[in-house]
Design a protein around this ligand. Sequence first.
Ligand SMILES: *Cc1c(COP(=O)(O)O)cnc(C)c1O
Length: 224
Amino acid sequence: MSHIDENLKELSRKVPQNVQVVAVTKTRADREVMEAYASGHRAFGENKVQEIREKQPRLPNDIQWHFIGHLQTNKVKYIAPFVDLIHSADRLKVLKEINKQAARFQRIIPCLLQFHIAEEESKFGFSMEEVEAMLNSSSFPAMKNIRLDGVMGMATFTTDMDKIRREFRQLKGYYNQLKEKYFANTPHFKEISMGMTNDYSVAIEEGSTMVRIGSAIFGPRSSQ
Ligand SMILES: *Cc1c(COP(=O)(O)O)cnc(C)c1O
């Protein structure tokens, strides 16, 4: 048995059934993705448009591709034909473009609203005020080719687990508010994408429904 297979099995013991594991394959070779595939895994995540676009046609058709990185509007068209979930919708402009490209390909693309919960300026994402302004604006209901399935966030890069927990708790709070106010009758608005290799257990304790895990499956990464 390969280490990738072992790692996936160990993860499935640690992650509850109702939490989906997205295997983050950035920088990994096709051979490594195929090892995870062979052990039955189907949900894979990439953070760069170029990389996901190169990998998708080379790899099996029944893979579910999750886009988890910062998305430039001029690149949405490349992933629109096949992407299964965009975790990183972080501004109105990109949602409008996703809607436009999804319509071109006659699809409805599920998206998560990425919130800025970390202390670092470098991380992208909406504030609660921005999301509420968007949901209350007239342009929003017109976007028929996107479907909002929940929220996503990345905690500060720190070893301070209490800080990470507070940030995840804040994201869960945003989710609860949105659910109650705008999506109470929308069953598919149910996802909270939070947690990576170093913080997924805290994320799960704080209500995560989707963890995005690279290193704990494929081993340490040299870059990105
Ligand atoms: C790389 C990445 C991950 C996974 O990181 P690991 O620490 O290897 O688990 C999760 N989410 C995003 C947005 C990433 O870019």
